[in-house]
Design a protein around this ligand. Structure first.
Ligand code: HEM
Length: 370
């Protein structure tokens, strides 16, 4: 089955997604209101029955195209998240679900459950938008990810290509500045969530829909939280693929399976390679001249966008997690506490500071030699 193109082109991929968002293979358009009602009434038997009714028969499932399979997984995700919020393992409640999830996994080359991509970029906009709750806060949270994902994916592809180019000169500086502009979408996503998603609603309602479920011999598969965004792949190429930190490596590799095959391939190509930051730092230390200094400055400027995303995002996460008035749970959808956010910030800052120091040293050397 064809999944994604090997010469992955993000604008074309986005265009192709419109086909997916238009599909409704499980007739959820007509059932969503009912599902929300059952959810509000905590009527878990009715939710399980509706899920059972929505499952495709094996014959029908075997004829599903890639696009239909993605749309079906997306829509099953809403039943799954709602059951889990009511402390029910979906596959235990409806055993027939497991076969469907495993078939959809093999047809789409993604995990045997919905991911952040299903929940956001493959979710239709407007009145057909699928949600767990129907709450405006949830719709706005989906939108905040929709704002960020396309540019993040484009930035990853562009950064991958930049590694093949000469790492100095006007063209290099121009691409660094374009990457910085693209990554601004991550900042905008956080600003959108801060303005439109109540921390109280997130902490006491929304986050429980993103809990892990058990599929395929009781393996845990995490729900579609924003943490699945491949921001860590951008980090990997920019500063972290040659940084040995067991906690961050486990974090990156834990979330990698929830990304598209093309993104996973990019990640593994950089395994044990030098990051862009290290390469630029090395050329600066070997030859401190105006060109290598300007290249280092371009990378430092690009890195500021990581800080502009991560500092406000950490504040947002912490403010939501202090609102938890009933459940006393401190972990996010991926099982991490907000402390992981501080850890990533410290690693990132250590690498940026190190390049900053090399730049100051190189400047001194360059100007004393003149
Ligand atoms: C109410 C809003 C939000 C809250 C409470 C929140 C909370 C969290 C928490 C607790 C984590 C730690 C990992 C885990 O979940 O297990 C995390 C990670 C992450 N979140 Fe959010 N988040 C929110 C919105 C967003 C938005 C809007 C974006 C992007 C546009 C985003 C992107 C990320 C990313 C990329 C990570 C991985 C860590 C990193 O790279 O720094 N989050 N978030």
């Amino acid at each position: 089955m064809q999944t994604v193109d090997s010469n992955w082109n993000v604008p074309l991929w986005l265009l192709h997604n419109e086909k997916i968002t238009s599909l409704d293979p499980l007739k959820l358009d007509d059932r969503l209101e009912q599902l929300h009602l059952f959810n509000r009434n905590a009527d878990t038997d009715a939710i399980s029955q509706l899920l059972y009714l929505s499952l495709p028969l094996p014959d029908e499932l075997s004829r599903f195209s890639y696009e239909t399979s993605i749309a079906a997984m997306r829509d099953l995700g809403f039943f799954i998240g709602i059951l889990k919020k009511h402390n029910i393992e979906p596959v235990e409640a409806v055993p027939e679900l497991e076969y469907v999830l495993l078939e959809l996994m093999s047809k789409t080359d993604l995990p045997p459950r919905d991911t952040l991509l299903h929940y956001t970029v493959w979710n239709p906009c407007g009145p057909r938008m699928r949600t767990y709750t129907g709450l405006n806060d949830e719709k706005q949270l989906i939108e905040s990810v929709q704002i960020a994902v396309p540019s993040l994916l484009e930035a990853i592809v562009q950064l991958d290509a930049l590694h093949e180019e000469k790492l100095q000169g006007l063209e290099f500086e121009k691409v660094c500045s374009q990457l910085r502009e693209k990554m601004e979408a991550m900042v905008q996503g956080v600003v959108h969530a801060k303005r439109n998603v109540s921390p109280m609603v997130f902490a006491n309602e929304l986050r429980f829909y993103y809990d892990p479920i058990k599929v395929d011999y009781n393996k845990d598969y995490i729900g579609p939280g924003a943490v699945e965004m491949p921001m860590f792949v951008f980090d990997h190429l920019l500063w972290s693929c040659d940084y040995s930190d067991p906690a961050y490596t486990a974090f990156k590799e834990g979330y990698l399976p929830y990304s598209l095959r093309s993104v996973r391939d990019i990640y593994w190509r950089f395994h044990n390679k030098a990051s862009l930051l290290s390469r630029v730092q090395e050329q600066l230390e070997e030859n401190p001249c105006l060109d290598t200094l300007q290249a280092a400055q371009a990378v430092l400027d690009l890195c500021t966008v990581l800080k502009s995303f991560r500092m406000p995002h950490k504040k947002l996460a912490e403010s939501a997690y202090t609102q938890d008035d009933e459940h006393h749970r401190n972990n996010g959808s991926g099982g991490y506490s907000p402390a992981i956010l501080q850890h990533i910030i410290e690693l990132q800052n250590e690498k940026i500071d190190s390049l900053q120091k090399s730049t100051i040293k190189a400047k001194t050397q360059h100007f004393t030699n003149q």
